[in-house]
Design a protein around this ligand. Structure first.
Ligand code: ZN
Length: 305
């Protein structure tokens, strides 16, 4: 630009100024022409509302918006949720159901709930194991939360009578009274009425069977946890006997039994699914019939062929 102010070249400077003037005039004409064309287009186009933006204006607006978008960096999502992967990815990862294990067991816990039951529920949840709780009606009041948790976490709640009496010295009416009273208390506590019954002491005498209409659930593995009260001994007693389709009898009123149950799950997690009593029989293709007694299920029925 310094050359324009050089006094030795006044003619060239004038020539440059003239060129600039002509250029400005041409630009002015071009702008005017564009406005005229724009007006004509607007009038000719029935799709564009009169006075609204024309195609050119829309295009310019769009270009300006795009340019603005380019300049503005995308706002970084803030907060802890931003660091987590998209929920759809998470769901996809959690979607496939775990492969069924070669065998399964139903762990059952009688005479509770107790102060140890919540620890047992924590451990079962940690292992993804399900169990069946044969609850005493007299222990429901004040422990409704535990029953609600059992139901909510996919465990089965069964009926173990109100006060754990010897049924053999009772009338049919007395026996059914114990069971109905307990079923009422469980249903009131967690909204689910128990179906399965485990009579105290496994008493399934003729009078008990006449008195009760529900399936009577016994067991096939009894480690005598109530007598051993020793975690390792209970674990060994279970492991030495257990096989596919077994029902294991335990009591969640002993801390040692809770520890033993969780240790058994740990040891057998590779080969065994831990399921509820109803699941055990359902998978074996054995419908539980009213008034019948059951102590063991067959192997899992092969999937639909
Ligand atoms: Zn019992």
């Amino acid at each position: 630009m310094a050359q324009y102010v050089k006094p030795r070249e006044p003619f060239r400077m004038r020539k440059q100024l003239l060129l600039l003037f002509l250029l400005a005039a041409a630009l002015l004409l071009a702008v005017q022409a564009a406005f005229l064309i724009g007006g004509a287009v607007r009038k000719a186009s029935p799709t564009l509302p009169d006075g609204g933006p024309n195609a050119l204006e829309l295009l310019l607006k769009k270009q300006a918006a795009e340019k603005q978008e380019e300049n503005d960096p995308k706002p970084e999502p803030a907060g802890p949720e931003a660091a987590e992967p998209a929920p759809s990815e998470q769901e996809e990862a959690a979607e496939p159901a775990p492969e069924p294990k070669p065998a399964r067991i139903a762990l059952t816990f009688d005479d509770g709930p107790s102060a140890y039951t919540s620890r047992l529920l924590d451990g079962l949840a940690e292992h993804g194991a399900k169990a069946t709780f044969f609850v005493l009606g007299s222990r429901v009041s004040g422990r409704e939360e535990l029953l609600n948790r059992m139901a909510a976490e996919g465990h089965e709640i069964g009926n173990h009578s109100w006060s754990h009496p010897q049924f053999k010295s009772m009338s049919e009416g007395g026996i059914s009274g114990e069971i109905v009273r307990t079923a009422d208390a469980i249903e009131k506590a967690c909204g689910k009425r128990p179906y399965l019954v485990r009579p105290p002491y496994g008493d399934v005498s003729a009078v008990v069977r006449r008195a009760l209409g529900e399936p009577l659930i016994l067991w096939s593995v009894d480690p005598r946890d109530w007598s051993l009260r020793n975690t390792d001994k209970v674990v060994n007693a279970v492991l030495s006997k257990v096989s596919d389709g077994d029902i294991v009898l335990l009591h969640d009123i002993y801390s040692t039994s809770v520890d033993a149950a969780l240790a058994v799950i740990d040891r057998l997690a590779e080969e065994y699914d831990f399921v509820t009593v109803s699941q055990l029989f359902e998978e074996a293709g054995t419908p539980l019939a009213e008034g019948n007694r059951y102590s063991q299920a067959g192997p899992r029925k092969a999937a639909q062929e």
